[in-house]
Design a protein around this ligand. Structure first.
Ligand SMILES: Nc1nc(=O)c2c([nH]1)NC[C@@H]1CN(c3ccc(C(=O)N[C@@H](CCC(=O)O)C(=O)O)cc3)CN21
Ligand SMILES: CC(C)C(=O)C(=O)O
Ligand SMILES: [Mg+2]
Length: 290
């Protein structure tokens, strides 16, 4: 894939290819499961910036502008303080940096729980500001009415059940969910309720494999797992976690690279060269014309 930067003035978005392929659509994602056993798992990663989106886009089906930007970008301890403005700003950058993947934006804590009307107002703000196609919100059966309200008014919704990080103060931490029969049953019921309400996909986070199997079998839309086994219809991870850029990662992360290590070695070399006056050299220096 060419990474030459070109400004596509017709769409005013940075587009790395001369002939952009058509963007995937939400109905195509929802219909994914109809292919049954032959369907390839859906690929989703988080993205917060335009350049990151450019690099991930061709390889993914969906890009998630996650409220995990709290920890990953802003050094916040939880996702609780994230605002609609933060999400809209990063979502707009990700849309500008992509042309293939469906861009999904997390609704931040406090922007949707109060009522379907509040959720509609917040979701329209996010989609109008960014050009993203869909929103994601946390919660199960209690959010079903809201999911249906938004969907019927033109806003596709991705659900998120199991370990829901915005409920950290109720859950008391980020431990895997579904260890009791009652909790397992609730998670499957939550997935079912969201599916019936019209969610186009459901994130299953931090749940035991048997629950992922049962929930995935119980719903008509694809399930996207994170710490939820290989039995889901797709997978999502926080990009910085799998690239080895974030300092502490959950057990469900596979570190595919050590980008933090590359950055540290590279910056150490730069510092040494500046202090030793071996950078800059004449190659990086402007001289008057002689
Ligand atoms: N960088 C990053 N990656 C994520 O996956 C992520 C975020 N940030 N921010 C939002 C939420 C928070 N999530 C988290 C955060 C921590 C754990 C974690 O540390 N889990 C421990 C078990 C903790 C316990 O048992 O209490 C683990 O070892 O997996 C899991 C999910 C998932 N999301
Ligand atoms: C971890 C994923 C599912 C998420 O919600 C986020 O990145 O905020
Ligand atoms: Mg999130």
């Amino acid at each position: 894939m060419s990474t030459t930067f070109q400004l596509d003035t017709s769409t005013s978005r940075a587009n790395p290819t001369p002939q952009p392929m058509k963007r995937l659509t939400v109905p195509k994602i929802r219909a994914h499961k109809a292919d049954g056993e032959t369907a390839k798992p859906l690929v989703m990663l988080t993205a917060y910036t335009a350049r990151q989106a450019q690099l991930l886009d061709a390889h993914c089906d969906m890009l998630l502008v996650g409220d995990s930007l709290a920890q990953v970008i802003y050094g916040l301890p939880t996702t609780i303080p994230v605002t609609l403005d933060m999400m809209a700003t990063h979502a707009a950058a990700v849309v500008r940096g992509s042309y293939h993947s469906v861009v999904v934006v997390d609704m931040p804590f406090g922007s949707y729980e109060q009522s379907p009307q509040q959720a509609f107002e917040s979701a329209t703000f996010l989609l109008k500001q960014s050009g993203a196609a869909a929103v994601k919100l946390e919660g199960g059966a209690q959010m079903a009415e809201t999911v249906s309200f938004l969907n019927q008014r033109g806003i596709p919704v991705m659900g998120h059940v199991g370990l829901t990080p915005q409920a950290v103060n109720v859950l008391g931490g980020y431990a895997a969910r579904g260890r009791s029969d009652a909790e397992a049953e609730k998670i499957v019921g939550d997935a079912r309720a969201l599916d019936e309400a019209g969610a186009f996909a459901i994130v299953l986070e931090g749940v035991l494999e048997p629950i992922a199997i049962e929930a995935t079998g119980a719903v008509s839309c694809p399930t996207i797992g994170i710490g939820a086994s290989a039995q889901c219809d797709g997978q999502v991870l926080v990009t910085e976690d799998m690239l080895g850029m974030f300092e502490r990662v959950p057990r469900f992360v596979k570190k595919y690279a050590d980008i933090a290590g590359v950055i540290e070695t590279t910056v150490a070399q730069y510092a040494e060269e500046v202090r030793g006056r071996s950078f800059p050299t004449p190659d990086q220096t402007y001289q008057p014309k002689s």
